[in-house]
Ligand binder design. Structure first.
Ligand code: ATP
Length: 361
């Protein structure tokens, strides 16, 4: 049996039954979340669902209204009683628009939080981090001479430099262009794991969350809908919102009959749903496996290609699926690599059932 880190050590961060309201607008509605030492947790969710507010509560930038916050097992905030200010929480903070100190060089910005160390060590640690984040050539530069993405990397280095036990990062890669972002994410994850900092990272990008997170907490409208490893959320989503959040899906409807729902691409297991009930079938585009078929062109009652587009690493196929009993559906499939069948090409479709999900309607 595996023992989770939370069982053996006090969580680096514990949020208990957090509620938060701005004016009459309740934006956090009862959130419980633990982060184990060294664990990277991503708060993922659509814009406005309360991610930033929750992170600011953990940081002490919002005064706690309801619930409890502790760091390393020590309570640091209780409504109306205790409020340890942000600078006393020993957490590293980096935000989307983290301002650097304009009058300090890059190196001085990063060494700022290291006053307790001897000069040489301070400098060495800062240079090591700046090197890892690709900023070694800018040590003497001042913030106004840097691009937004470069400033963001310096802000990350500054937050990481004191090796806090807890890092709170809010969209820390948002100012980086796509190519640089992949690299800096990779480098940042490497640094976080090397330092062993527990991390709460806010993002609205599912791919970023899947790459960075040991665990993802998916939020909607002030609540956590599902918590789990990237694989658990992607492969065992608990409701339609979780499925759609990770990308486009084909949605079909049907009635449960003898434990199955018939679709134009085959029967889907629905044994956990009541006989005769209405079901929603969600098919990820990559679940549709396509085989070209040697048939004359006029075969109207067969599944066929409507349109094919090359997107780079994958090809997108719009297709019309026909079942033997006359059901028809327009579906999108995603196939790895270059696959560009002709419009009208008859096809056979095979379903990868691990990427098909069924829910009651
Ligand atoms: P995004 O990804 O767009 O940053 P988010 O999930 O981080 O969104 P929050 O920034 O936590 O969401 O905001 C949640 C809600 O609270 C929003 O409706 C926002 O308008 C509101 N809100 C946030 N801060 C304040 C504030 N200081 N005063 C009033 N309302 C606020």
């Amino acid at each position: 049996a595996t023992v989770s880190l939370t069982d053996v050590a006090a969580p680096a961060l514990s949020l208990r039954d957090i509620h938060h309201t701005f004016a009459a607008n309740q934006v956090v509605k009862g959130i419980d979340l633990n982060i184990a030492p060294g664990e990277v947790v991503c708060l993922l969710g659509p814009s406005g669902c309360g991610k930033t507010t929750l992170l600011r509560i953990a940081a002490g930038l919002e005064v706690l209204q309801e619930g409890a916050v502790s760091l390393d097992g020590k309570p640091i905030a209780a409504p109306g009683k205790r409020h340890v200010p942000p600078e006393k929480r020993n957490v590293g903070l980096a935000f989307q628009d983290s301002a650097l100190f304009p009058h300090l060089s890059v190196l001085e910005n990063v060494t700022f939080g290291l006053k307790h160390l001897p000069n040489r060590e301070r400098r060495e640690r800062a240079i090591e981090l700046l090197t890892q984040l690709g900023m070694a050539n800018y040590i003497e530069t001042y913030p106004h001479m840097l691009s937004g993405g470069q400033q963001q990397r310096v802000a990350l280095a500054r937050a990481l430099a004191p090796t806090p036990k807890l890092m709170l990062l809010d969209e820390p890669f948002s100012s980086l262009d796509a190519r640089l972002r992949d690299r800096i994410r990779d480098d940042t994850l490497h640094v976080l794991k090397k330092l062993g900092s527990a991390t709460l990272l806010v993002t609205h990008d599912p791919e970023e969350a899947m790459f960075m997170a040991d665990r993802i907490a998916l939020m909607r409208d002030g609540k956590i809908i599902q918590t789990g490893t990237p694989r658990e959320l992607y492969c065992a989503p608990i409701d339609p919102f979780v499925v759609t959040f990770f990308g486009e899906v084909n949605e079909l409807r049907g009635t449960v009959h003898q434990g199955k729902v018939q679709t134009p691409v085959g029967a889907v297991d629905a044994s956990w749903l009541p006989e005769g009930s209405e079901a929603q079938v969600m098919i990820r585009p990559e679940a549709l496996r396509i085989k070209e078929r040697d048939l004359p062109f006029e075969a109207h009652n067969h599944s066929h290609v409507v349109m094919a587009k090359l997107l780079g690493r994958t090809s997108l196929i719009h297709l019309c699926a026909h079942s033997d009993d006359g059901q028809e559906a327009h579906l999108h499939a995603r196939v790895p690599g270059v696959f560009l069948p002709e419009e009208g090409q008859p096809i056979d479709i095979d379903l990868d059932h691990s990427q098909v999900f069924i829910f009651p309607r």
